[in-house]
Design a protein around this ligand. Structure first.
Ligand SMILES: [Zn+2]
Ligand SMILES: [Zn+2]
Length: 271
């Protein structure tokens, strides 16, 4: 089994439903190696959604002491999922420094300052324009910020896309992907394979749902070896979802390890 590197609980992520007890019990029942909690932190979020996706960090470290006690011998790590915006890089870099996070995921939930989850306007553009711009923003994210470990769901943009074949592909914007992947390698960060994206597409009845082979091939070719498996679970039923299948798939490209972080140090376990 694996360590699931990306998960949310209802205590600190307003869109999640699972409690910490449910999370830990389910991880133990599934005989997982470990789990990383990565609650949402959307600084300066541009939409008024009632329940802001942000939390009190000192309170998080205080309250999660009880989680660690409840987990006992089971490895539970305390992380965060930062919501990227260009002007927040320095703020995040300095903020992260102040707290003892195990793992920091940096994700981009916005496209032209709008979250496609709420606003589907971005999809009025043609697929190539939309995806190219999103991957350019992902490259900006890696180049602009420093104090993070994992780049979250590069394919977030295709989760809600209405296009007939929504899977994001290397061939749609090779220069942008090269810029993005090279930045990850140069900064020694880790590329996340987010299995929630796969699950969401499968629930829509789509068949082309595994990450594009050309993206993985190119990442490996450029020297990328760091991969992280995240289920991005908001409920207990999706923990480690599709991990076995994705691990076998990743091995066919030469990847051998799943990486997660403890006290900001990369730890790897075999795929
Ligand atoms: Zn996310
Ligand atoms: Zn997430």
């Amino acid at each position: 089994m694996f360590t699931d590197t990306h998960n949310h609980t209802k205590h600190f992520s307003s869109d999640a439903k699972m409690t910490y007890q449910e999370l830990i019990d389910a991880c133990k029942a599934k005989n997982m190696n470990g789990v990383v909690v990565t609650e949402h932190y959307e600084g300066d979020y541009p939409h008024d959604i009632g329940d802001p996706q942000i939390f009190d960090i000192p309170k998080y470290f205080e309250e999660t002491k009880a989680w660690l006690d409840y987990a006992g011998d089971f490895p539970l790590y305390r992380g965060i999922e930062l919501g990227y915006q260009k002007h927040l890089c320095t703020f995040y870099d300095e903020m992260i420094e102040k707290y003892p996070f195990d793992e920091v995921i940096l994700s981009n939930h916005l496209y032209r300052a709008m979250d496609p989850y709420f606003f589907r306007d971005c999809y009025k553009e043609d697929m190539l324009t939309c995806y190219t711009r999103y991957i350019e923003e992902m490259a900006d994210l890696v180049e602009g910020c420093n104090n993070f470990d994992i780049v979250g769901h590069y394919d977030y943009i295709n989760r809600y896309a209405p296009y007939e074949k929504p899977q994001i592909k290397y061939s749609q914007c090779p220069e942008s992907f090269d810029r993005f992947l090279t930045a990850i390698i140069k900064k020694d960060k880790t590329l996340e394979i987010n299995t929630r994206s796969i699950e969401k597409m499968r629930r829509k009845g789509l068949t082309d749902t595994l990450p594009d082979p050309q993206i993985l091939k190119r990442y490996y070719e450029l020297g990328g070896r760091n991969i992280s498996l995240g289920s991005d679970s908001h409920t207990k039923d999706t923990l480690c979802i599709h991990f076995d299948e994705v691990a076998e798939y990743l091995k066919t490209f030469g990847f051998t390890e799943n990486s997660f972080y403890v006290k900001r140090k990369r730890i790897s376990e075999p795929l």
